[in-house]
Design a protein around this ligand. Structure first.
Ligand code: ATP
Length: 267
């Protein structure tokens, strides 16, 4: 194995059960990309075409990357993650070769989930960038996606963006990102699940999760994690003085809520 490959590849140890909320997103991912891999004969019986990728969009920190990793974990597949901005920035002039190598890496490691973040980096419509060289990269990207689609090799493509409206319509043709799913900020029930999940292995006393969930409207999953981090830092400062480990309680977490503000308001 090329050690560089390892940088972009992992075998996630989380599954759908670790993702709070998102019932609809889980259902769509199962139907569109997991089941076709596991039961191709059923799709064939109904004459339903398989293939194509899913594009996830929504506010930052609400779990697009997390659910993509969980998708790989769910089917015991590898997870390969790239950000298009990284590809475009890091190897200026060499983007096409790098793109090809990533798709090759995915093929060699099938079954796998290939997660492409910041798809909008190739967003602006091709006509706008005719002269910039980016259009070649877009065309190459689309050709690579078509190649995966046609060969049916067990590479599942998930993309993510915060700005779906910037995307060239060519990305959305059948076999490419032909399903677009909104990953919403977590609702109250989902926030409760996420908080429980994130606190699972931490020292905790009596925690009123319902109260915390109701006081964290517009908080993303990442925000909820940040609340817990803030609360833990305070606990640590206490522990430095006393030498004791005191468990996290509702009031500690509420302090965290005060200190860390919600980030999903504008959605
Ligand atoms: P960005 O647009 O900034 O890339 P994102 O939507 O990809 O954001 P993630 O990176 O997946 O967001 O989420 C950040 C972290 O928040 C995750 O690593 C995870 O720990 C936590 N998190 C977010 N949503 C959930 C969720 N639904 N369930 C459990 N944890 C979550």
């Amino acid at each position: 194995e090329n050690p560089i490959d390892e940088l972009f590849m992992e075998k996630p140890d989380i599954g759908f059960a670790d993702v709070g909320g998102m019932a609809e997103v889980k259902r769509e991912i199962a139907l569109k990309i997991i089941q076709p891999l596991q039961h191709p004969e059923l799709y064939k019986a109904y004459g339903k075409k398989i293939g194509g990728g899913i594009l996830l969009y929504g506010p930052p920190g609400c779990g697009k990357t997390y659910i993509a990793r969980a998708t790989a974990g769910e089917i015991n597949a590898r997870f390969i993650s790239i950000s298009l901005n990284e590809i475009l920035d890091m190897w200026i002039g060499n983007s096409e070769k790098n793109l090809h190598q990533f798709f090759e890496l995915a093929r060699r490691n099938a079954p796998c989930v290939l997660f492409i973040d910041e798809v909008d980096a190739l967003g602006a419509s091709r006509s706008q960038m005719k002269n910039s060289g980016s259009s070649t990269v877009i065309n190459q990207f689309l050709a690579e996606m078509d190649g995966i689609q046609n060969s049916n090799e067990g590479v599942l493509i998930l993309g993510a963006t915060n700005m779906p409206w910037n995307l060239d319509p060519a990305f959305r043709r059948p076999g490419r990102f032909d399903r677009i799913l909104f990953v919403p900020p977590p609702d109250e029930e989902a926030r409760l699940e996420i908080l429980k999940q994130q606190l699972k292995e931490k020292p905790q006393g009596k925690v009123d999760f319902s109260k915390l969930a109701s006081k964290t409207q517009e908080y993303s999953g990442a925000d909820l994690k940040a609340i817990i981090d803030v609360a833990i830092e305070e606990k640590l400062e206490e522990s430095f003085k006393t030498g004791n480990i005191s468990p996290l309680e509702t009031k500690d977490l509420l302090k965290g809520v005060k200190k860390h503000k919600a980030t999903t308001k504008e959605w």
